[in-house]
Ligand binder design. Structure first.
Ligand code: PLP
Length: 404
């Protein structure tokens, strides 16, 4: 059998590290190990029943065929309403589109915008897909380190410094995966002031965690804060996280029609469009009762308080309190350079995460996977009991590490 030599563009990328960690957790569990998986970026709540009923009804009513490439008229109307109601953003019918998850929206946009020689500014820590999709598009990521000292956020000064003549695109993500950082309207205004001076730069803002914000915050979005940049901003969102609908695979965007029409070409030649059933379910989610959203938000906040306090009581760890999303991203520099009781050296955050998984049964994702080390990501989309037990295990593991 001849060995497959993949195309170079595919050789450059790899499977998502959080999917790999979650898969490893499942395998260890299947072998009988007691594993608490805090590795996955997925709400642990069930999809609201009225959404499932809407999907069922749509199928019985015959909505089981291809839809318009850009999305059904019903969902696009619901999206325009959503953007107006929640974000103060007015988009015309040809300025909204639906895709197979927010990930595909971002894929379409990067494919439509980025080519060889283009720089894409990506604040770190970042959702790994940004970097990988830019690689697929033959672009170059310009990673800007945004550590805990700046709240894991891109400052205006750091943005200005990162801008090159080849800069084509800036990726923003608020609330952020993996840091939980949330940009205030004032912070976005400061970024907008810089972007205004550089009209060659497009902006993708990934707002998928917009409803998971804590302590009375409200998420802000760039196009609403700086309407004069709306014509070069793509506002990305989806139903996966807000309504616990990851498996329905529905994401969407608002943005200028000249960009959307190019993205639709990519979509037309890749998926032909999002699932008809998923779209009917998304209409129900966006137009139906919203109490589920607040219930989840409150639960995530309680879980955040528990896990962040436990992490901060752990030897060698220090964790900034995330303002949104469902991730904590503790700094673990105090544990680097130690050894496990059986003599394995912890050289970096990957070694630490492997040790926590293999010897203590907690699945996490190492910070290097998000472009910032030494850290790890803890998803707190898990029950209080599991979080408490995971926190105890992490504390016990840290206490048992041998300082050399
Ligand atoms: N953007 C961010 C920052 C995410 O964390 C995720 C999922 O993990 C997505 C986008 C993709 O969501 P979807 O399920 O809509 O593709």
């Amino acid at each position: 059998m001849s060995e497959l030599k993949p195309a170079p563009r595919v050789e450059r990328i790899s499977t998502s590290p959080s999917a790999v960690a979650s898969q490893r957790a499942r395998e260890l569990r299947a072998e009988g190990h007691d594993i608490i998986a805090l590795s996955s970026g997925e709400p642990d709540f069930q999809t609201p029943p009225h959404v499932i009923e809407a999907a069922h009804k749509a199928m019985l009513d015959g909505q089981t065929k291809y839809t318009t490439i850009s999305g059904t008229p019903e969902l696009k109307a619901a999206l325009r309403d959503k953007f107006r109601r929640e974000n103060d953003l007015d988009y015309a019918n040809d300025e909204v589109m639906v895709s197979t998850g927010a990930k595909q929206v971002i894929f379409n946009a990067i494919m439509a915008l980025v080519t060889k020689g283009d720089d894409v500014i990506v604040p770190a820590p970042y959702w790994i897909a940004y970097e990988q999709i830019v690689q697929l598009a033959h672009g170059t990521t310009k990673v800007v380190r945004c550590g805990p000292e700046v709240g894991f956020k891109l400052t205006a000064a750091a943005l200005e410094k990162a801008i090159t003549p080849n800069a084509r695109l800036l990726m923003l993500n608020t609330p952020s995966n993996p840091s939980g950082a949330v940009y205030s309207a004032a912070e976005l205004t400061e970024l907008a002031d810089i972007l205004r001076e550089h009209p060659h730069i497009w902006i993708i803002t990934d707002d998928i965690y917009e409803h998971i914000v804590f302590d009375g915050r409200k998420a802000a979005t760039l196009a609403a804060v700086a309407p004069d940049l709306k014509h070069r901003t793509l506002t990305v969102n989806g139903v996966s996280k807000t309504y616990a609908m990851t498996g329905f695979r529905i994401g969407y965007a608002g943005g200028p029609s000249e960009l959307l029409s190019q993205m639709l070409k990519v979509q037309s030649q890749s998926t032909s469009g999002p699932s008809s059933v998923g779209q009917a379910a998304a209409v129900a989610a966006l137009t139906g009762p919203q109490d589920f959203v607040e219930t989840c938000r409150e639960a995530y906040q309680d879980r955040r308080d528990l896990i962040v306090s436990m992490l901060n009581q752990t030897t060698g760890l220090s964790c900034r309190t995330p303002e949104g999303a469902f991730y904590a991203f503790p700094d673990c520099s105090g544990l680097i350079g130690t050894s496990t009781p059986d003599g394995k050296r912890i050289e970096n955050d990957r070694d630490l995460v492997m040790h926590l998984m293999d010897d203590h049964g907690v699945a996490l994702v190492h910070g290097a996977a998000y472009g910032l080390s030494p850290n790890f990501r803890v998803s707190f989309a898990a029950s209080m009991d599991n979080l408490e037990e995971a926190g105890r295990r992490i504390q016990a593991a840290a206490n048992a590490l041998v300082r050399n």
